[in-house]
Design a protein around this ligand. Structure first.
Ligand code: FAD
Length: 337
């Protein structure tokens, strides 16, 4: 496959984890395009950050939202917008001299003839390489409850990943399913213009935004063992004060009538699922648990994962965390014969 073959490394994903890996390989003496390439399924330079709602502010402040020794410009205490991170990454890509191959999706990876080479299947064909780095993101695919497809509402049916502004949601009662950070932020955004209900299965611990795990004083392994992410910088009481109705867990739906774990039923014109994401690692082989190595390596020699906490550590999906993964992976690749 022209442009991808005869490379020592293929990095899949041109988000922050992919760029950090590229930078770490360059620091080890490898040349972009000649020794390694980066591919991404998105159309040209459309990173995940460009799809986030404009009113969103990062939970981490600017000081902790950049790569080590590459601070974001401007006030270090502000909470950056998705656009800030997008332009930061765009600039970083140019500084590295990287030319990602956009619009190519990785489909599967297998060992080639059981030898040391890997075979990567993509939407433009197959290619062999010695090393593959999966940097396809911890939040690549929206997650829905099993019953979600049964909802038939006259307004909108969407995941928070598709939410941008209140104007998208027609007037009427809106149910937000899921009381984590995304659900609470969207509820707060809609509270001034809509009649909003937030359905919460388990109330999260409320902590200061400073506790977001890209902050250096947060102990990553302690957070890794926490079953549920806390609510950063928000509170359920503050939402109630803004007029948001609180509900218990949504257990199902028939048409536009939703049922809740306290036995109550209610109809809504629109529903927004704030039910989280799945990682973009569906194209990797599934490894039996005991075979899986810890932190960034996999049971398949030459296949690495950057930026996905379930393959690494709790901070892996933050910019500083992805950098740590990338440095480690570059060291392994450099040492491989
Ligand atoms: C709503 C939300 C808020 C967040 N807030 C913060 C915050 O405040 N602070 C913070 O530090 N982090 C935050 N994060 C976490 C994290 O920083 C972002 O998710 C970030 O985008 C992760 O970068 P990444 O490079 O790992 O993945 P992504 O940015 O998702 O990049 C992965 C890339 O891989 C590509 N790709 C996916 N699958 C394939 C495939 N099969 N083949 C080829 N290409 C593929 C995608 O097109 C994408 O460009 C937030 C995440 C979300 C979802």
């Amino acid at each position: 496959m022209a442009g991808l073959s005869h490379r020592r490394v293929i990095i899949v994903g041109a988000g922050q984890a992919g760029l950090a890996t590229a930078a770490a390989l360059i620091a080890r003496g490898m040349e972009p395009q000649r020794d390694f390439v980066v591919i991404d399924r998105s159309p040209r330079a459309r990173r995940a950050w460009s799809a986030r709602r404009p009113s969103m502010r990062l939970l981490s402040n600017a000081e902790h939202s950049g790569f080590p020794r590459r601070p974001l410009e401007g006030d270090p205490y502000r909470h950056p917008t998705p656009r800030d991170i997008e332009s930061y990454l765009h600039k970083f890509e140019a500084e590295l001299g990287l030319k990602p191959v956009w619009g190519v999706r990785a489909l599967a990876v297998t060992p080639h003839n059981n030898g040391p080479t890997l075979r990567l299947s993509t939407t433009v064909g197959e290619v062999q390489t010695r090393n593959i780095v999966c940097a396809t993101g911890a939040a690549a695919r929206p997650r829905f409850p099993e019953w979600a497809a049964d909802a038939e509402v006259e307004g909108v049916w969407m995941h928070t990943s598709a939410y941008r502004t209140p104007e998208q949601i027609p007037p009427g009662r809106v149910l937000i399913v899921g009381g984590g950070n995304a659900g609470v932020e969207v509820a707060s955004d809609l509270a001034n213009s809509h009649d909003v209900t937030l359905a919460v299965r388990t109330r999260r611990t409320e902590v200061h935004a400073r506790q977001y795990p890209s902050h250096p004083h947060v102990c990553p392994w302690r957070r890794a063992k926490t079953a549920q992410e806390p609510l950063y910088g928000h509170s359920y009481d503050a939402l109630r004060d803004k007029g948001v109705h609180m509900q218990t867990e949504t257990t199902g739906v028939r048409g536009d009538e939703f049922t809740f774990s306290d036995g109550s039923r209610q109809t809504y014109q629109s529903v927004i699922f704030a039910t989280g994401y799945k990682a973009g690692d569906e194209w990797l082989p599934t490894f039996p648990q005991p075979q899986r190595r810890s932190r960034t390596s996999t049971a398949l020699p030459g296949l690495f994962v950057a930026g996905i906490p379930s393959h690494s550590h709790a901070k892996a999906n933050t910019l500083p965390g992805a950098w740590a993964d990338a440095t480690r992976i570059a060291r392994f690749i450099h040492a491989r014969p």
